[in-house]
Design a protein around this ligand. Structure first.
Ligand code: DC
Length: 240
């Protein structure tokens, strides 16, 4: 699907709170690529469904329904933004209410079909880093660089807890752990596009690595691929 073009596509998949989005942002800053936060898109649909109070009947014509919902997903200055009815919904989509329902929403095939298509349209020019669960397997199976990101459970819980507390969300450690465990289970056992590593993904355990180390490894790998296969990246990769 993705032809050899000047800009490559980087797929980051893995369990919740492994540090994918931080790594994605760092990569985008280093490469001047665009970040596509696909989890945020599932969260936006979840927010809308909760707001409408409609059931998750898998037989609804979800593609038809969702195409009329006034979402706008776009990348501005390298930052991935979602608006609904013209309003930025970043805070709303990160709530615990949305977090506790998003995996059920993401298990509905019609909803996935709609969002996968949107993601393919957003990333079709290359020069993108996509963070999600099925990027290297379904959305961009021909991505030039695929990573499967992991981290120890304790570390993931601590990171997510710190993020939520910093935003002033009233939450306990037990709530965060229960939410991550539940989402990982649903995300990796659902029938449609379960979370799994692409066979050609590079595994990256971020448990004991800081941001700079992670970035160095991935940029090094991107440079190797570009050199080996003769792709020319948008500009040469500079390792900090
Ligand atoms: O990355 P995140 O934790 O914000 O993602 C929220 C949920 O969306 C996650 O629990 C599973 C779902 N998701 C998915 O099924 N496929 C994706 N490509 C991205 C997210």
């Amino acid at each position: 699907m993705h032809s050899l073009s000047p800009k490559i596509t980087i797929a980051l998949d893995g369990y919740a709170a492994c540090g994918k989005s931080t790594l994605a942002r760092d990569l985008c800053a280093a490469l001047e690529y665009s970040f596509i936060d696909t989890g945020a898109m599932y969260r936006a649909v979840t927010y809308w469904i909760l707001r409408q109070g409609i059931s998750l009947d898998p037989n609804r014509p979800w593609i038809q329904i969702l195409k009329d919902v006034p979402f706008v997903w776009h990348v501005a200055d390298g930052i991935f933004r979602i608006t609904y009815n013209g309003l930025d919904i970043e805070t709303e989509i990160r709530s615990m209410e949305v977090s506790s329902r998003v995996s059920d929403v993401a298990a509905v095939s019609g909803i996935r079909a709609f969002l996968v298509r949107q993601q393919q349209l957003l990333g079709r020019e290359g020069g993108v880093v996509l963070d999600g669960r099925d990027i290297g397997t379904v959305v961009f199976p021909d991505a030039e660089l695929k990573l499967f990101v992991t981290a120890d459970t304790e570390i993931r819980v601590n990171r997510r807890l710190a993020e939520l507390i910093a935003k002033g969300t009233p939450v306990t450690r037990a709530d965060v752990k229960a939410n991550l465990d539940e989402r990982d289970l649903i995300d990796s056992t659902r029938q449609d596009s379960p979370l799994q590593a692409a066979p050609d993904a590079l595994w990256l355990d971020t448990s004991r690595m800081d941001r700079v180390q992670q970035l160095r490894i991935v940029l090094g790998r991107a440079q190797e691929l570009v050199d080996k296969r003769g792709w020319s990246a948008s500009r040469s990769v500079v390792v900090p």
